[in-house]
Ligand binder design. Structure first.
Ligand SMILES: Cc1cc2nc3c(=O)[nH]c(=O)nc-3n(C[C@H](O)[C@H](O)[C@H](O)COP(=O)(O)OP(=O)(O)OC[C@H]3O[C@@H](n4cnc5c(N)ncnc54)[C@H](O)[C@@H]3O)c2cc1C
Ligand SMILES: Cc1cc2nc3c(=O)[nH]c(=O)nc-3n(C[C@H](O)[C@H](O)[C@H](O)COP(=O)(O)O)c2cc1C
Ligand code: SF4
Ligand code: SF4
Length: 763
């Protein structure tokens, strides 16, 4: 009978992993951690020849370091339960070594988030490393910012005095970093790489932060003295100082507030989840040591296990460990599933797991010391080390009190109801669809794509710069003569808005966007101006006012600050209300936002989603998570290179989500209607034409509709199921002329005329 593992879903592979990892931990980790713990000088822990390096090497040789990385970068892509088992055993053997060795992977997790090839290469090198020398750390706390550094929710997240003192200032293509991290940075003494949390805009408090992944041998970086502490002595800490340290801008993997908050929350979810699992293992070790000792220590003429008070204590310890294990495993598996789907983690569950596990480990270890009597205080017995290690865990990665306060903030946000997908056992834990990257490669990495090419005639150009402003994807830049030229890296999708903005007709088309072959291939269609108008008898005619409005309408992306009078906004809405709808159901409703602060909040949130999409799309390793997030069947149109051009432009902030318009209108549709999206289109286009006729500028903003994916903001807008945000609209007065007629691709028209049996195709 005795102790057992209660998970009923362990496979043969899990059991094999458990057996081999336990043997390794028992024979390699635990004895090494005991040796390291006894070193009087903490600097000896990481000195050359230290057993620490042997442990790191042997563990990497077995490939455990790549468990959580995707196969595309050479990782194992292990399932969540395998990771849980491994980390429980690490905690069982030596939580201090577990934390130290585990931190090596932290900078790599954030490098993986970057689409930059050098960052991806770094992760590949890490996964391939069998020497265990690619060490890492998470540098976040500072001398004056301990608990404060970990607050990313509620009022604490915006207080300027809580912002990191380590500051990055952008200078062209580099950031210059100055400041100091606390003496508590684990592996601070030995790490080669850091995931560095810092401040970019301190006026915004913790919200204005950034995350850089950097090597720690850059000029200007120095380390402090290794810290001497009571427990977890195999886990070494030291300050890191930054003096005018220059890093390339691409090393800042989170450079804007939304990405920063999203990644920080992900880090909190991961760190707390792993701490939860690690210290369940530590608690288990305390229980096992105590049980074994109680069976062999004789007092009162029998093993102390025969005394009721010791039995009650042991059973109480056992109950606590199993309860903590249950939460730690469940919350880790749940959050890992969300992570794989690129969804935000339920951070408060991870915090609950960390708090319960570490408090259980400390209490169980303390009771264990009591069972050992005086020997429990002696270094001769492992329980003494476990007790000290567990004590440190109540402060490590955030004091349990601070985590509880932060967790409560998240708990207060109400219940998140997720749509349960078909065949899903728990919300957010949908199985990865059977479709693979290779299956979707033609969609995700399309071939035969030719971007448009435009030319500005220097003889006509008056250098007004309007074409630069009116290009949605910012394809143009000025040359040395102040004439526009297309950037080296650009993504022209042939909208021709640069042409309509040019006051002197200097811009011409060299080649239009086209896709020769592959999944999105459609040849090289001709673009034409509108056909000349003719009357019913085929004689030349003039366009009606409505036709003129239709042809001259262009998306407006540059607005004046001036507010739009409500009377005019209403006329635009009225044009929508009178659109045709199936069954005259009018399955739409409008939410109008003119409050600038709220527009900013909505925009920041959308940036976060777009940034995540951008990072995921460019990483072979992560793009399947994006596919999973978009749901089934995968809306392949999202991967059209033109749409991804937009994603890139938004992610780079070349294309503001709501285009700095003074009015944003959300168009929500009732999901219980027939073809709600089609009807939204009809309704919205009525509004678009009315706006054009009123002299207003109008632009559809599909990116702005990503609010649909952010439950808190959707609720704030008052939109609840069955209503869905289908699109958003930016409205305002145009800053300069952005309307005018442009050529468009001509689609073949098929005619069936009387008396002619075969279709006649006109192209
Ligand atoms: C073993 C270990 C490993 C660590 N590893 C790392 C690491 O890898 N990287 C890193 O950057 N840091 C690391 N740390 C630092 C750790 O994150 C901090 O120690 C922790 O966040 C607490 O900060 P502090 O020590 O400055 O305490 P303080 O923030 O000064 O807290 C002091 C006391 O005040 C309470 N308190 C603080 N704020 C509030 C509040 N707003 N409301 C109510 N009570 C409050 C706390 O609960 C605590 O009891 C580690 C610490 C330990 C012990
Ligand atoms: C459903 C829909 C969503 C769109 N989303 C955006 C957007 O998020 N941002 C943007 O700048 N333009 C957006 N557009 C505008 C298109 O890019 C634009 O209509 C297209 O390039 C043609 O240019 P024109 O409108 O100037 O004729 C969207 C258009 C539609 C119909
Ligand atoms: S055609 Fe459109 S995308 Fe291309 S350069 Fe002109 S404005 Fe930019
Ligand atoms: S809009 Fe025309 S005139 Fe102005 S910079 Fe561009 S090409 Fe030159």
């Amino acid at each position: 009978m005795g102790l057992r593992d209660l998970n009923i879903d362990l496979t043969r592979e899990h059991v094999a992993l458990w057996d081999s990892a336990k043997k390794f931990m028992r024979e390699v980790w635990r004895p090494a951690a005991i040796k390291l713990d006894r070193l009087a000088n903490p600097e000896d822990v990481y000195a050359e020849g230290s057993i620490l390096w042997e442990v790191f090497r042997k563990t990497n040789e077995l490939g455990y370091h790549k468990m959580m990385f995707p196969q595309e970068v050479g990782g194992m892509d292990a399932d969540a339960l395998s990771m849980v088992l491994f980390w429980e055993l690490a905690g069982w053997a030596a939580p201090d070594l577990g934390a130290s060795w585990g931190l090596n992977g932290i900078p790599m997790i954030w490098a993986l988030m970057s689409p930059d090839p050098e960052m991806q290469d770094l992760v590949k090198r890490f996964c391939a490393d069998t020497t265990g020398t690619m060490t890492g750390c998470w540098a976040i706390t500072e001398p004056d910012h301990g608990s404060d550094a970990l607050r990313f929710e509620g009022e604490y997240s915006t207080m300027p005095e809580l912002a990191n003192q380590v500051r990055a200032v952008k200078q062209g293509d580099v950031y210059v970093i100055n400041g100091q991290k606390s003496s508590w940075v684990s592996n601070g003494s030995l790490a080669k790489y850091a995931a560095l949390w810092l401040s970019i805009d301190p006026s915004r408090g913790n919200e204005g932060g950034g995350i850089a992944v950097i090597p720690l041998d850059l000029p200007g970086i120095t380390r402090g003295k290794a810290l001497d502490k009571i427990g977890q002595r195999a886990l070494n800490q030291a300050e890191i100082f930054f003096d005018e340290v220059r890093i390339p801008a691409k090393a800042m993997v989170a450079a804007d507030p939304v990405t920063y908050k999203m990644f920080s929350n992900l880090q909190l979810g991961l760190a707390n989840g792993l701490m939860g699992v690690l210290f369940v293992g530590c608690a288990q070790a305390a229980l096992e040591e105590s049980l074994a000792y109680a069976k062999q220590r004789v007092q009162g003429g029998r093993p102390i296990f025969e005394h009721q008070n010791i039995r009650l204590k042991l059973f109480d310890m056992f109950v606590s460990v199993e309860a903590a294990r249950s939460l730690a495993r469940r919350s880790f598996v749940y959050n890992h599933s969300l992570y794989k789907q690129n969804q935000p983690m339920a951070v408060h569950y991870a915090m609950a797991s960390k708090i319960l596990s570490t408090e259980t480990a400390f209490r169980v270890a303390s009771e264990g010391v009591q069972i050992f009597g005086g020997y429990g205080l002696s270094k001769e017995y492992l329980i003494e080390k476990i007790f000290r290690d567990a004590r440190a865990s109540l402060i490590e990665d955030g004091t349990n009190e601070t985590l509880a306060l932060d967790g409560a903030e998240r708990l207060g946000k109400g219940k998140l109801t997720l749509d349960v997908k078909e065949g899903t056992e728990q919300p957010g834990a949908a199985q990865t669809a059977a479709v693979t990257f290779e299956d979707l490669k033609p969609v995700l990495r399309p071939t035969g794509v030719h971007m448009g090419v435009m030319r500005a005639d220097p003889d006509k150009c008056i250098s007004c710069g309007l074409c630069l402003l009116n290009c949605p994807f910012k394809c143009w830049e000025m040359d040395e003569n102040d004439h526009p030229k297309m950037k080296e890296e650009y993504a022209c999708f042939s909208c021709f808005n640069c042409m309509v903005a040019c006051p002197v007709d200097a811009i011409s088309i060299v080649e239009t966007y086209h896709v020769e072959e592959g999944f999105f291939g459609y040849g090289y269609p001709r673009v034409k101006m509108p056909l000349e108008p003719k009357d019913a008898n085929g004689r030349p005619a003039v366009w009606t006012e409505v036709e003129k409005t239709i042809f001259e309408r262009r998306s407006v992306r540059n607005f004046k600050d001036d507010p739009v009078p409500e009377a005019l906004i209403r006329r635009v809405l009225e044009a929508g209300r009178f659109a045709p709808s199936a069954g005259n159901k009018q399955p739409w409703k409008f939410v109008v936002v003119t409050d600038k602060e709220f527009i900013r909040e909505l925009e920041e949130a959308c940036y976060g989603v777009v940034n995540m999409m951008h990072a995921a799309y460019h990483s072979d390793a992560m793009v399947m998570g994006l596919v999973q997030m978009l749901g089934q069947p995968t809306p392949v149109g999202v991967f059209d290179p033109r749409v991804q051009g937009g994603v890139r432009a938004v992610a780079r902030k070349d294309l503001p989500v709501y285009l700095n318009a003074p009015v944003v209108i959300f168009l929500a549709t009732n999901e219980r209607a027939v073809d709600p999206q089609l009807q939204a289109g009809i309704c919205g286009q009525n509004m678009n034409l009315a706006a054009q006729a009123l002299g207003l500028g109008f632009c559809w903003s599909g990116f702005g509709a990503l609010v649909e994916r952010i439950p808190e903001l959707k609720a704030k807008l008052g939109i609840e199921p069955p209503w869905r945000i289908t699109t958003s609209i930016a409205l305002g007065y145009p800053k300069f002329k952005q309307s005018g007629i442009v050529p468009r691709e001509f689609r073949p028209v098929t005619w069936f005329r009387p008396g002619v049996r075969a279709p006649e195709v006109e192209d």
